[in-house]
Design a binder for this molecule. Structure first.
Ligand code: M6R
Length: 369
């Protein structure tokens, strides 16, 4: 059932082109209009939405963090992302014009379910982004947008993450279309770019040899840091979570801009630091700022392991190792830059002799508090 791969996680990493493809399938027409009738929420009500709150835990929350950048950009609706277990135990402000979007692979995560229940009781409209047909969270929500990643067996979430980002992007584009926030031509262009993602993920998967070798050589490391900015920030958090979960290795992700506010003190000779570099074609200052961050940690002796866009020659000089991913619009980059970090974690955990699919102390779905 592992399709010839050594673990379900490896298989699921390789399922990602299909997971994104299938999540996009049938949700737009050839003219580039979103068709999300499956949501069954009155479009007039969706037009009234003046705040979006994304609720989730773990990797699903990182998908929400990525989506926030895109949703705010396209819809101009203030969007918050909150861990479900934090949300439900404070006194959050939600009303009938709040759209609560929960994200859950299993659809059974207790904290997320309880947070959705609470929001619904307060009158919010609730949409569930979920990978499991008929599970509890979608059943208890006003609407559901399924991710079509197929069953995810490994405890460490991989293909569900990319599918969650894809689905949340479709939801964001749909809201933008309803509200007339962006030109239809722009929506069509984003959809066209999304449709090219599966092939680009495949390119990343086909070129993992040197990265795997690097991972095997690092099995005795004690700590790995991850830096990113903008949509690269949640990718850094996700890269760190994967290492903690399956390689039992101390890892932390930071917003690169935070370095000077504390974390740079951690850097000493030989400290491995992954840096997720934004596209040089995106907002110019962001790329150059991250390149400066690479220089800063390198000057203090860090080993700089860089994920960058094909053609970005500026990073070479400061990087011990560069993984290039194909060119893609800046907001879609997480669908590519996450993949090398997943592979790195899976390879490192396997090199340490751990059970990649069933890490200690963890369950696939957390149905208790
Ligand atoms: O089933 P869910 O998406 O609600 O699960 C949420 C988290 O428990 C989950 O993403 C967890 O963080 C993963 N094991 C991460 O790989």
């Amino acid at each position: 059932e592992k399709g010839g791969f050594p673990s379900f996680m490896e298989k699921e990493i390789h399922d990602q082109p299909a997971a994104v493809h299938d999540t996009l399938l049938g949700r737009s027409d050839p003219r580039g209009r979103l068709i999300l009738d499956e949501l069954r929420i009155d479009p007039a009500e969706l037009k009234q939405v003046n705040k979006i709150i994304v609720l989730a835990c773990g990797t699903a929350a990182y998908a929400g963090m990525v989506a926030k950048y895109a949703i705010e950009n396209w819809c101009r609706i203030p969007t918050e992302v909150e861990l479900a277990h934090e949300f439900r135990y404070r006194d959050p402000i939600v009303d009938k014009n709040t759209l609560v979007v929960s994200i859950s692979q299993s659809g059974e995560t207790m904290d997320t379910l309880m947070a959705v229940r609470y929001a619904r009781e307060q009158g919010a409209k609730t949409v569930s982004i979920c990978n499991t047909n008929g599970s509890t969270i979608p059943r208890e929500s006003d609407a559901v947008l399924y991710t079509h990643a197929g069953p995810e067996i490994a405890v460490a979430s991989t293909k569900a993450f990319l599918a969650q980002i894809t689905a949340a992007y479709l939801l964001g584009l749909y809201l933008a279309q309803l509200r007339g926030n962006i030109f239809s031509g722009q929506i069509k262009d984003v959809l066209a770019d999304l449709n090219k993602i599966p092939e680009k993920i495949q390119t990343v998967l086909d070129t993992t040899g040197p990265l795997r070798e690097l991972a095997r050589s690092m099995k005795d490391e004690k700590s790995v840091l991850f830096l990113g900015r903008n949509v690269g920030y949640p990718v850094a958090l996700e890269g760190a979570l994967k290492l903690k979960e399956i390689a039992y290795l101390h890892a932390e992700g930071f917003a690169a801009g935070e370095l000077k506010h504390g974390p740079i003190a951690l850097i000493d000779a030989g400290q491995p630091v992954f840096v997720v570099v934004p596209s040089p074609r995106g907002r110019d200052s962001l790329h150059s700022k991250v390149v400066s961050n690479i220089q800063e940690v390198r000057a203090r002796g860090a080993r700089t392991l860089v994920i960058a866009e094909e053609g970005d020659e500026a990073v070479r000089e400061y990087a011990e190792h560069v993984v290039y991913v194909p060119e893609t619009p800046p907001l879609l980059m997480p669908l590519l830059t996450t993949v090398p970090l997943q592979i790195f974690a899976a390879e490192l955990a396997a090199a340490k002799g751990f059970d990649v699919d069933q890490p200690r102390n963890l369950a696939k779905s957390v149905t208790v508090e």
